[in-house]
Design a protein around this ligand. Structure first.
Ligand SMILES: [Fe+2]
Length: 422
């Protein structure tokens, strides 16, 4: 064999190493990133549905791809039993937001389907308009009037999300597959920008959350210091959810409301701007045509865990809840289940609000026995199934294995309100 002399052979060994070692390091880093858990790909993942402020005629979907997908599309058609629905699908171009999470470039895509028919079954899919699509996903719009429905509520997932939280989501869906949305009362993850934790959250729940819209509010763990040292909401929040931007300025997609079949649902952000939200809520509830009002936020008004208190939340918000007869308040943060009777902060006897704290993840705190709590459950992963039917709201708290652990009914008759404990 003829020997070829490469000019590079005349380079010193040191020079060769200087070029080769960084190149190998870059290659290894690239391999590690692409094989890292929950890395984005051209295929849509982290698909989440969200309600808009008009749930009878529209809804939003958000998903993620890697940065190779330049443009996203979604398609929607009225559902049929055979495959013929695809012929009637209409296509919507997605909004694109480039973001970096976990050191990886990703594209967040979102669409809002508009002009839909109330109480109608659709099928939708999301993708790149070419080869990479999600499956066709069933979705039902809301009724445009008061009508009975069921929804789910979960407290903090936060830690060991993939290992320990996924089973709770599965059991919740198994118990109430007809749920019309799923409230997450904050602390979905533990470290705000840690993308692999969000990866766990989506792996555990996105198969449900693409069918049953998520209604999340941020907890303290969705906040952390950004590169400039300022405390801010995780970049994943607005990249991953498309929530109504109908709250106070500066709190877009973290403070919002949806009127759903006779219930006004209000998500508040208990991390910041409490005073502004009190004023906003006061105005919002002054004109409320719905029979029921349910408010959800992370930091509870009556703490359930030992040595904890959120005095400011109580001082700013409870007078508004009292004034407008909020029926039910759902929170998290204390890693325990506690539930009050109908209580008011101003001591008046009529009306009142039931305050619930719950936990769905594996992190647990010691209980604080308070006279306000007829029910305290410690050390137990829980989910809640809530049914609203005319003048009756029934609430079931179930354990991770589905066992009924607490249940009550709020009944509204003749302008009054009463609690029936089961
Ligand atoms: Fe918390």
């Amino acid at each position: 064999m003829k020997t070829i002399r490469f000019p590079s052979l005349s380079l010193s060994r040191r020079a060769v190493l200087a070029v080769a070692v960084p190149a190998v390091a870059v290659l290894l880093a690239a391999l590690e990133i692409s094989s890292a858990p929950f890395a984005p790909s051209p295929l849509p993942d982290r698909i989440v549905a969200n309600w808009t402020a008009s749930p009878a005629t529209s809804f939003s979907v958000t998903w993620r791809t890697d940065a190779s997908v330049a443009q996203g599309f979604a398609e929607i058609a009225e559902a049929s039993d055979g495959p013929s629905f695809e012929k009637n699908a209409r296509r919507v171009a997605a909004r694109k937001e480039a973001y970096t999470a976990g050191g990886r470039a990703a594209h967040a895509f979102s669409v809002t389907f508009e002009g839909l028919r109330p109480s109608t079954e659709y099928l939708y899919r999301v993708g790149d308009g070419g080869e990479s699509w999600s499956e066709w996903i069933p979705f039902r719009t809301a009724a445009d009037r008061e009508e009975p429905f069921t929804f789910l509520y979960l407290g903090d997932a936060q830690t060991r999300i993939h290992a320990a939280w996924a089973r709770v989501v599965r059991k919740a869906y198994e118990t109430a597959p007809d749920a019309r949305f799923l409230i997450h009362a904050g602390d979905l993850i533990n470290n705000h920008d840690r993308d692999e934790q969000w990866g766990e959250w989506h792996a555990a729940s996105s198969w449900v959350q693409r069918v049953i819209p998520a209604m999340p509010v941020p907890g303290n763990h969705e906040y952390g210091r950004g590169p400039d040292g300022q405390r801010r909401l995780t970049v994943n929040w607005r990249a991953q959810f498309t929530l109504p931007a109908n709250g106070p300025e500066g709190l877009e997609e973290t403070c919002y409301f949806v009127d759903f079949q006779g219930v006004r649902l209000v998500g508040l952000n208990s991390n910041e701007k409490l005073r502004e939200q009190a004023a906003w809520l006061d105005r919002l509830l002054a004109k409320n045509p719905n029979r029921w009002t349910i408010v959800f936020f992370h930091h509870p008004l009556y703490s359930g865990a030992r040595g904890r208190d959120n005095r400011e939340v109580r001082e700013f918000w409870q007078p508004v809840f009292d004034r407008h007869g909020v029926d039910l308040v759902l929170s998290g943060h204390d890693h325990i289940y506690t539930r009050t009777r109908l209580v008011r902060g101003d001591g008046a006897r009529e009306g009142g609000t039931v305050y619930v704290i719950s936990v769905s993840g594996a992190k647990m705190y010691e209980p604080d026995e308070r006279p306000q709590f007829p029910k305290v459950i410690a050390g137990t992963q829980m989910f809640q199934v809530i049914r609203v039917r005319g003048d009756e709201l029934s609430f079931e708290a179930r354990t991770a294995r589905g066992t009924l652990a607490d249940s009550f009914v709020i009944e509204k008759r003749g302008g009054g309100k009463r609690l029936i404990e089961k």
